[in-house]
Write a protein that binds this ligand. Sequence first.
Ligand code: ADP
Ligand code: MG
Length: 731
Amino acid sequence: MSEIDLYASLKNYFGFTQFKGLQEEVISSIIQDKNTFVIMPTGGGKSLCYQLPALIKDGTAIVVSPLIALMKNQVDALRAHSAKEGIAHVLNSSLNKTEIKQVKSDIRDGITKLLYVAPESLTKEENVEFLNSVTISFVAIDEAHCISEWGHDFRPEYRNLRKIIKRIGENIPIIGLTATATPKVQEDILKNLGIQDANTFKASFNRPNLYYEIRPKTKNVDSDIIRFVKQNEGKSGIIYCLSRKRVEELAQTLQVNGLKAVPYHAGLDAKTRVKHQDMFLMEDADVVVATIAFGMGIDKPDVRFVVHNDIPKSIESYYQETGRAGRDGGEGHCLAFYSYKDIEKLEKFMSGKPVAEQEIGHALLQEVVAFAETSMSRRKFILHYFGEEFDNETGDGGDMDDNMRHPKKKHEAQNEVATLLDVIKRTNQQYKAKEVVNVLVGNVNALIKSHRTDSQDFFGIGKSYTPEHWMALLRQVLVAGYLRKDIETYGVIKLTDDGEAFMQNPKSFMMTEDHSYKEANDDSIITPQKSSGGAGDEKLFALLKSQRKKVADSLSLPPFVIFQDPSLEDMALKYPVTLEELSNVHGVGEGKAKKYGSTFVDLISKYVEENDIVRPDDFVVKSTGLNSGLKLYIIQSVDRKLSLNDIADAKGLEMPDFIKEMEAIVYSGTKLNIDYWIDEILDEDQQEELYDYFLEAETDKINEAMEEFEGDYDDEELRLYRIKFISEVAN
Ligand code: ADP
Ligand code: MG
């Protein structure tokens, strides 16, 4: 087959004049009946790689794909290009007898060039026999990563494909295609399909136009998302959430805030799903809030942002989902909200699964944690994960992530790297990352004891650094290629040749500390971490702070009693100029707005006027009220002086979470009289001591109070007393 013919067919069947990426090479390989393996990112044009040769070659090509909806799309598209309806068919359980007959006769007559089947249908005896009796040009296996347990979408049916194909014909060429495959998954695919000899074509996974950003997930995530969507108003975007419930909730919240959003998840009926998908495609809706059920086969080229309300369960999923942004090569902002709590939630989901599956799931999740917390080039991290080297100094899109735009300081860590490698070597390269760190800082556990590592002279040699520091370094050394994770053994850390060479001949290694997403989680949800998106108008923030000090001084109260920092930050962002607007600011309720608000809104009004500030139009995060039922219940129950334990139990809350709810209530300006409870747990002297402390304290931070009292009170006592205090003095 000559080149000219390929181009003619490309034009003829698809109307394109150029091949994309590696398509031409792949197609030539298939036309020469070679086993072929294609790794190309989503949108890279994999379908055409098998469709075009199928159309050219004698016989019928079998296309195995796990996604029935996608098959139908492809079949429709192929039919649209052809005069013959029978050129492509789907063979699955939804067909009736007459339809099946038609499919078979079209194949026999040589009309059908592509036959799409789900792996389940291919296992059916009658289908195997039939396919064995006709001419098959080749078998293409789309989404081939489904073969590997180490992929993000393992499907056991895929494991049988090799055997079945053999029965259909001895020498049928096999084409595997996938959009994501770590080196381990690639190896699994080739082995399982028995095509180790395949011509392999791997396109770069780099998507230089995508901007990657991770922000800490706080209680404010709703406002953070709304703010982000407002900043991108009119642009198309997808917001992914883990649960259907969250999808509904967030879609509603966006809607009541005047944004054109629709929900999408598998729990909606088919009609609604189609309607919402169409609204998105037709741009009647800007934003789809969706579970991962959305996006497969959605080919909207101008998706300008993908937000992850919850961090996905693997880097593959993250890459796939973010990959739906910026397909046209234009802007694509990928923003994920991360909290370690979400990781724990995902781990919980896995707990019922077989152990091996859990181990794999856990290993995949740890990569996500590493990705979220790293402060190195995110693009480099992702590409390394997929087995690709990337130089973020010179590579395309090298500065397109939060870490590169706002780099953390680096320091020379040559000696630490040497220590790390040395410890790994001297423990016989048998530990996973966590254990290596334990050895470095001198934490004993059963595993370490069983290897007697704790009696070695190097045990605890890295004590002067924190475990987090070592973990960050270890990950950076992994990406630098001095170490590797052995996947077969679920992540045991091994030295590479480069690592050995470093040990012989150490050289400079600049490391950056990871982000810490934990620091502000200590004592109160009311003090969320600053989002990296900036705290708003810094000048105004400073003015608000000094106003707060003035008010506090005049009332002889500590400033935090008036408004907390996050509330001031929110004011510096939203510029509320009426008390009503102020009561919608984070952590400010109606009561508090009335009591302390007037001088603040006056200040803001003046500031807005003097500085010609255009206030974000109607920028008020309105609540859908989905959460207020709980607060109301708590207020009523406390009013009835019910035992706090009983209230928490009734709502299925652990005490710390319950206390958080109460804190949110009093900090936003509603009184909560828990004296009846406090009197039970603290005597008069203690209460007096705590009262004096909070009145004088610089901050209301619990850990500082803990320090001050050197353990006289526990966390719970202090927080409960703080609730009483805030409730009394501030409301
Ligand atoms: P993948 O399966 O790799 O995710 P698809 O096969 O769905 O990608 O192709 C993605 C898009 O690229 C489709 O809209 C397709 O029509 C388009 N496309 C594929 N090949 C070409 C080409 N040679 N020229 C222009 N567009 C192409
Ligand atoms: Mg595809």
